[in-house]
Write a protein of this length. Structure first.
Length: 204
């Protein structure tokens, strides 16, 4: 492996939109949610799906379901149902990593001492995503850390756990992510950071 990241012994990767396109999971989950609510309320399934996917793309996930319930005047008693669908959705086929990572990740896994994925989000949902990604066995060499079991990024609690258990050193560790939360997390942990877009251009 010839690249500026060869000097690092430990790699931390974000999950959503760093290793795979989260929208592929969300589209399926939102379809299932829309189908369930349509059956319960007689609201057209497509209208619910379009509201969710457009809302996510334009404004993000914050309070998205609350806004949906308000917009369509749906009873809140269904909230637990749709959260369960969201967290346990199983796609018909595994979701692919970003295509280039099937070549790049093995290079990292073969050269690094240890590779981690550190992801925010509901732990049940994030574990379900991991289970339904087509890793092509790459996950067997990755340690998955669900930050919400400690404290969400950019807080450092998940990194402190990694540091204590795996004896990694900050000066030989880098975080690869897609958001400023990941960048701030790395800064708080006193490790280097690289946006995944740059990582994809230099690793070879």
């Amino acid at each position: 492996m010839s690249s500026p990241v060869i000097k690092y012994e430990y790699f931390l990767f974000d999950l959503d939109d760093t290793l795979y396109p989260e929208i592929e999971y969300l589209k399926g989950a939102y379809t299932s949610i829309a189908s369930f609510l349509s059956n319960e309320t007689n609201i057209e399934q497509k209208k619910i799906f379009d509201f969710l996917i457009t809302g996510f793309m334009e404004r993000g996930r914050e309070l998205l379901f609350d806004k949906m319930f308000q917009h369509f005047e749906i009873e809140l008693k269904y909230m637990s149902n749709i959260l369960n669908i969201m967290r346990t959705y199983t796609p018909r086929s595994k979701i692919s990593l970003f295509h280039n990572l099937y070549e790049k990740l093995p290079l990292i896994l073969n050269s690094a001492k240890q590779v981690f994925v550190v992801t925010n989000g509901n732990v049940i949902q994030q574990k379900n995503k991991v289970k339904n990604i087509d890793w092509r066995f790459l996950d067997q060499k990755i340690i998955f850390i669900f930050a919400n079991e400690y404290k969400r990024k950019p807080f450092v609690e998940s990194f402190l756990f990694i540091k204590e258990k795996y004896s990694i050193k900050e000066n030989s560790t880098i975080m690869i992510g897609d958001s400023f939360f990941d960048e701030k997390y790395a800064k708080n942990c006193k490790i280097d950071f690289m946006f995944v877009e740059k990582f994809n251009t230099i690793i070879n």
